[in-house]
Design a protein around this ligand. Structure first.
Ligand code: NAP
Ligand code: ZN
Length: 356
């Protein structure tokens, strides 16, 4: 972690292989210097590379299959993901598909005939923590939602955290991605899979973000130091979900992203207050502890901060809420919530999240 960490540690790339594929989005990594730094580091080590720079936001299975085809054709033996969560997740899927000729079902099973290629990751948003997780989340048209590939074999071997790349993020993406990181920590803390260790990381993230989030309401307070804190917290929150996975907020949020194209982090941020309110009746102590870590006096103060950060909310029709609720109710993550919401709870959560 730190400014210049990619070029300063170029030697680490030679441990991963002898030809790289850089997997990135179409624009931002060229503007913030991250792609150039990876190219320079590989060139410094005399490692040839090819670039796939057509990763979509919320990448689809077809999109990562196209990138894997490039990797295979060019004979790449390791993958460098550069960008937000979308390119990092795409890089992990490419690592699998470049060496495995498998169906979509086999891809999502998380068990592969051949060991995936090694992955290095350079995040340029501060939110997903994908640089440290075992997940690659893909848009899967067959189920009209997003679906995770989970395998320890795709945890990146290297992660480079240089907050300079995040300086080009517009405020709304800075906010949305920070809310994604907060969601990972809060959901991990409210998961049946939480442990003393994951709680330790979650508490640290909530403390850092509790200090950082209010600063995001005032552009003049968004400086480099703040961006480094956000990037660090996002990575720690990635460690949390590596242990716990996500819960109801992500399960509901995926419907908003798939059908309404609401950014992943914003979708989670919209739902967080109602999620904690729902839990507070049976798990008031746990919710109180989370609010304490964030430095919030009560749930209402947290809700008000979220509302300020999120600005005007989207209109959402009753029919949409019904459709999203029945889809979310079947989601894999729901039973991992310490108090699993049923269909009517989910419906209320969606509805109130847009009306508060
Ligand atoms: P993203 O989809 O990667 O990027 C969103 C937008 O931000 C894109 O237009 C991108 O442009 C732009 N962008 C990225 N870095 C930028 C920078 N430094 N300056 C200016 N613009 C920049 O957003 P994300 O929120 O980071 O990732 C969301 C994805 O991650 C979702 O698919 C979500 O499901 C997944 N996710 C994964 C995990 C995990 O553990 N694997 C956890 C949470 C979320 P370009 O397209 O030009 O790059
Ligand atoms: Zn997320």
């Amino acid at each position: 972690m730190g400014p210049g960490c990619i070029r300063e540690n170029s030697k680490l790339f030679s441990r991963l292989g002898s030809k790289a594929i850089i997997v990135t989005g179409s624009r931002s990594s060229k503007l913030n210097g991250s792609e150039q730094d990876v190219r320079a580091a590989l060139e410094c080590e005399g490692i040839p590379y090819v670039v796939f720079d057509r990763v979509e936001t919320n990448p689809s299975v077809q999109n990562v299959r196209d990138a894997a085809e490039t990797a295979r054709r060019e004979g790449a033996d390791f993958v460098v993901g550069v960008g937000g969560g979308s390119p990092l997740d795409a890089a992990k899927a490419v690592a699998i598909l470049a060496v495995n000729n498998i169906s979509d079902e086999e891809l999502f099973s998380g068990v592969f005939p051949s060991k995936p290629l090694p992955v290095a990751a350079a995040p340029t948003t501060a939110g997903t923590g994908s640089e440290v997780t075992q997940y690659s989340i893909l848009t899967y048209y067959a189920i009209e939602s997003k679906k995770s590939v989970a395998s320890e074999e795709i945890i990146p071997q290297l992660a480079f955290l240089d907050a300079r790349y995040t300086e080009t993020l517009p405020v709304h993406i800075t906010v949305n991605t920070a809310l994604d990181a907060l969601s990972h920590a809060v959901e991990g803390f409210m998961s049946v899979k939480s442990t003393e260790l994951s709680d330790f990381f979650a508490a640290e993230v909530m403390k850092i973000l509790g200090q950082c989030l209010p600063c995001l309401t005032d552009v003049s307070r968004i400086d480099f130091g703040l961006r480094e804190r956000l990037l660090y917290a996002s990575m720690l929150a990635g460690i949390v979900i590596t242990h716990t996975g996500t819960t109801a907020v992500h399960a509901l949020g995926y419907q908003l992203t798939y059908f309404r194209h609401i950014d992943h982090g914003r979708a989670n941020g919209l739902l967080l207050y109602e999620f904690l309110k729902f839990l507070s009746t049976d798990f008031g102590g746990r919710v109180g502890a989370a609010l304490d870590y964030m430095g919030m006096r009560n749930l209402e103060e947290f809700g008000d901060l979220l509302n300020t950060l999120l600005g005007p909310k989207e209109d959402i029709a009753e029919e949409e809420i019904s459709k999203f609720s029945s889809m979310a109710a079947d989601a894999r993550q729901i039973p991992f919530t310490i108090k699993a919401p049923g269909f009517e709870d989910i419906r209320a959560m969606f509805s109130r999240s847009f009306s508060r």
